[in-house]
Structure formats: C-alpha cells, structure tokens
Ligand binder design. Structure first.
Ligand code: SAM
Ligand code: DTB
Ligand code: SF4
Length: 313
C-alpha cells in the first residue's frame, strides 16, 4: 500500500521556492524515468458533439452553442487509417474519445472492434467514453484495451462549479470499474477554470491517494471555447501551472505526467519548464479531440531544440 499524502504536506511542497521545487521534482523524475524521453499519444474523436453532460469547459456539450460540427460514431476502417498515420508519425499510444455520458453496449461493441484493430498495429490503446459499468470495462479489457481515460477534472470541492450532471463520486466509481477489469488508468484534470491553488493541490492529492495511482496523469490547461461558460476565464499564472506539474511528479513518482490540452497557447519556454518539472508525455498531432494542438513539425522542432526524444514501446 503506497503512502497517503496529506493536504498539508502537499501544500508545503507546492509552496517551496520555485527553483527548489523544480529541483526536487527533477530528482524524483530521474529516479524513475529517463529524463530526456517523452511518451507521445495521438487523439482521435470517434464520436463528436451532442453530449448530454454540462461540463462548463467542453466544446462538445449539447448545453452550449459552440458551433461544433456533430459527427456520429466513426466507421472502424476510418479509425484504423488514422491510427496507422499516428504510428507512422511516431506515436506510441492511440486514444479514441467519444462525447457520451457513457456508451450503450451496442456502440461499445463497435469501439471494442476499433480497440482490437488498433492494437494489432502495435500501438498502445486508450479510450475515453464517459461513465462505465463493470461489464463494459470487462468488454474493453477483453478487446485488448490498455488504458481508460477518465478525468476527475478538478478538486472534489470545486467540482460542482464546473459540472452538475454527474458527480465526483460517479467518476470515482468508473475508475474503480476500470481497475477491477484490469485496465490501466489515465486520470487527471484541467487547470485554469477559476479554481484556487488549494483546489489544484486537492485534485492531485485525490489522484495520488487512489488505491493505485493512475499510470497516466493528463494535466490540461483550459482551452477557452467560445460559447461555453468558461470562455472568458482568466488565465492561470504560468508558474502556478509549472508548480502543479512538479507537485504531480513528486506525489506520483511512477506515473507519466502528460502536458495535455492547451500547449498551443504555451510558449516553448513554459513547456520546457514543465518538462523540467517532470512532465514526460504529450498529445502529438495537429488536433486534440476537436481543438487545435501544435502541428507535428513544431513539436519535432521543439524536441530537437530541447534534446528530447520520443519514447518507443
Ligand atoms: N466524454 C468523456 C468524458 O468526459 O469522460 C471523454 C471525452 S472528454 C472531452 C475528455 C477530457 O477532455 C475531459 O475530461 C477534460 O479534462 C478534457 N477537456 C475537454 N474540453 C477541454 C478544454 N476546453 N480544455 C482543456 N481540456 C478539456
Ligand atoms: C485529456 O485529459 N485531454 C484530452 C484527452 N484526455 C481525451 C482531451 C483534450 C480535449 C481538448 C478539447 C477538444 O479537443 O475538444
Ligand atoms: Fe461530454 Fe466529456 Fe465533454 Fe463532458 S467532457 S461534455 S462528458 S464530451
């Protein structure tokens, strides 16, 4: 059983002088990972828009007018073609996302087919489909799924300021089903939604104190989507962003900490500080699910300038 982190201890770490915090995070990182290797995942939205949930940040929620083009569940062949391109571009993991509250079994069977086919290409597989029942997690496991992404998004205290159509506990229940089925967990959140540093710390303590820590921890920076309630949110202080990454590294030493959505709005220097603080994974490819990501040439250039290499599986 791993040790439980207290809020007070986590806060002390978060509040260290920045250089000391980065040093501690980098030391933890080096004890557990090659410091110059970055894991690379590519996303594909396999079902887009019309989501019944009211997540205040999300372009795909049916509650907000974001002008997004809706798309039904993709054909398996088209998904395989996208996965092949991702592999050729150097991605090691392919993550398929659907804008559902949770899947219906009929749809899940099709997603299972996508998972088996993508796995055959030699890629790690990940899906994010919303809330799952135990039997659905097992269906995905049987199809060969490696990771399930399901974010807690923020602290338990701030959660209902952002989403009211499902609870923090609902999310934890799905994470339990995923674990029980033997699928690895990808779970993180979003920064810059108006939460305090205490909320950020609480979110990380919640993740770190799960019975088993998530293997992947995506830290997203809010992409402000016109039409959503958070479209005019103030930006997070970039140093608080870096502190949150560094704290994630220290609290969850063996997890891949992914510098996720929002990199298009970050400077190269800020991204470099995040890698220094222990981030060792990114989303790669010009699109996230529906929003833009830096184009691959730009990321290749950044990796070259920083002497970083893509991790191969
Ligand atoms: N519908 C599923 C769910 O919510 O679990 C899966 C897809 S959902 C789009 C995956 C994650 O993307 C969310 O949990 C959230 O953390 C992140 N996300 C969505 N919109 C975002 C935005 N505008 N900025 C940053 N992250 C965002
Ligand atoms: C995660 O934490 N971030 C990714 C992935 N998991 C599924 C999604 C980011 C979505 C950003 C907004 C969009 O592209 O629609
Ligand atoms: Fe739906 Fe997921 Fe977007 Fe929430 S984050 S509105 S559940 S697609």
């Amino acid at each position: 059983m791993q040790k439980k982190w207290t809020l007070q201890k986590a806060k002390e770490i978060f509040d260290l002088p920045l250089i000391e915090l980065l040093h501690q995070a980098q030391s933890v990182h080096r004890n557990n990972f090659d410091p110059n290797k970055v894991q690379v995942s590519t996303l594909l939205s396999i079902k887009t828009g019309s989501c019944p949930e009211n997540c205040s940040y999300c372009p795909q929620s049916a509650h907000y007018k974001t002008g997004l083009k809706k798309e039904p569940l993709m054909e398996v062949e088209a998904v395989i073609a996208a996965a092949k391109l991702a592999k050729e571009a150097g991605s090691s993991r392919f993550c398929m996302g659907a804008a559902w509250r949770g899947p219906r079994d009929e749809d899940l069977s099709i997603v299972c087919e996508m998972v088996s086919e993508v796995k055959k290409l030699g890629l790690e597989t990940c899906v994010t489909l919303g809330l799952l029942e135990n039997h659905q997690a097992s269906m995905l496991k049987d199809a060969g799924l490696d990771f399930y992404n399901h974010n807690i998004d923020t602290s338990p205290e701030f959660y209902d300021k952002i989403i009211t159509t499902r609870t923090f506990e609902d999310r934890l229940k799905t994470l339990e089903s995923v674990r029980k089925a033997g699928v690895k967990v990808c779970c993180g959140g979003i920064l810059g939604m108006g939460e305090t540093n205490d909320d950020r710390i609480n979110m990380l303590v919640s993740l770190a104190n799960l019975d088993e820590q998530p293997e992947s921890v995506p830290i997203n920076k809010l992409i402000k989507i016109p039409g959503t309630p958070l479209e005019n949110q103030n930006d997070i202080d970039p140093f608080d962003f870096v502190r949150t990454i560094a704290l994630a590294r220290i609290l969850m030493p063996k997890s891949y900490v992914r510098l996720s959505a929002g990199r298009e709005q970050m400077s190269d220097e800020l991204q470099a500080l995040c890698f220094m603080g222990g981030a060792n994974s990114i989303f790669y490819g010009e699109k996230l699910l529906t929003a833009n990501n830096p184009v691959p040439e730009q990321d290749n250039q950044l990796f070259k300038r920083l002497g970083l290499e893509k991790l191969t599986i």
